[in-house]
Design a protein around this ligand. Structure first.
Ligand code: ZN
Length: 288
């Protein structure tokens, strides 16, 4: 995928790249983390990706699809309008969107519906109506939601969406960085005991949702080391990981970490997640 100079969100970029390569592009994406403007910019990039007409790397930034998406006047991209003082997205509007999904796209290969600030603009009723939409079988449809407060989005909706978190890790508390570091070091340790011990620190859902993105960020840094780029986060650790792990192992570690984040968002039991993750990390790290 072409990110057209979008700055930041390296982990998210790696996540999208891997989804695109394995043709696992989702029907619904929630963009969270970062600032209002970075979330919007990233959502716009996804819009271009969805309607770009190029056969090469998308979005190309040059075709008429990309230009129309840029100018917010592509016929196949709908932006939830909202109404009233709070700019709320009404149940009526969601139902209209649902009806519209049945109509084939006009110019692009798929239709896109963008719901900016869904956490602030959608009440319970709208969320419920939207959930019904997500439960319908969908083809050639992409929903893009942005949310500052992901906790305001019901689990039932989160479980049907792919969550892309733009958070930068620079403001992560030291104790979270330390847990992530312990886990990463134990992945390259020679016995499995340190890994079992380190992953047991993922004691609450909140800790897991802070630690796992840091792990993914450092693994992405380790990949950047291999192409000579300067790591953004923890250079020493990234170099150490890169020396011990092949590129393909690092990519697989990033993938399972992303899966673990999705599972954590989906309310899967934390014990199951850490046991599973521990097993996956071990398998990937020690496999020949
Ligand atoms: Zn294009």
């Amino acid at each position: 995928m072409n990110f057209l100079g979008f700055e930041g969100g390296e982990a998210v970029k790696a996540q999208l790249d891997s989804m695109e390569k394995s043709r696992r592009m989702p029907h619904a994406i929630i963009v969270t983390g970062g600032s209002d403007s970075t979330r919007e910019a990233f959502a716009m990039l996804l819009c271009k990706w969805a309607v770009c007409a190029s056969d090469g790397e998308r979005p190309c930034g040059e075709c008429s699809g990309c230009h129309k998406a840029e100018g917010k006047n592509h016929i196949d991209i709908y932006y939830a309008k909202g109404s009233g003082k709070t700019d709320g997205i009404s149940v009526e509007e969601i139902r209209n969107i649902t009806r519209d999904t049945a109509i084939m796209p006009h110019e692009a290969h798929r239709k896109v519906y963008v719901l900016f600030n869904a956490d602030r603009r959608m009440g319970n009723e709208s969320m419920n109506a939207f959930l019904k939409t997500l439960e319908e079988p969908m083809q050639d449809i992409l929903f893009i939601l942005t949310a500052e407060n992901i906790k305001a989005v019901p689990q039932t909706i989160l479980s049907r969406c792919t969550c892309l978190t733009l958070d930068s890790v620079s403001e992560v508390p030291q104790e979270i960085k330390d847990i992530a570091r312990e886990i990463l070091l134990s992945i390259i340790a020679s016995t499995e005991l340190p890994l079992l011990k380190a992953t047991s620190a993922l004691s609450t859902r909140q800790v897991a949702l802070e630690v796992l993105p840091v792990i993914r960020e450092v693994l992405c840094d380790a990949l950047s080391v291999s192409v000579g780029a300067k790591p953004l986060f923890d250079e020493e650790l990234a170099v150490q990981l890169r020396q011990r792990l092949t590129k393909s192992k690092i990519i697989r570690l990033i993938d399972v970490t992303s899966d673990a984040i999705n599972k954590t968002n989906r309310n899967v039991s934390l014990v199951l997640i850490s046991t599973w993750l521990c097993g996956e990390y071990r398998r990937i790290s020690w496999q020949m």
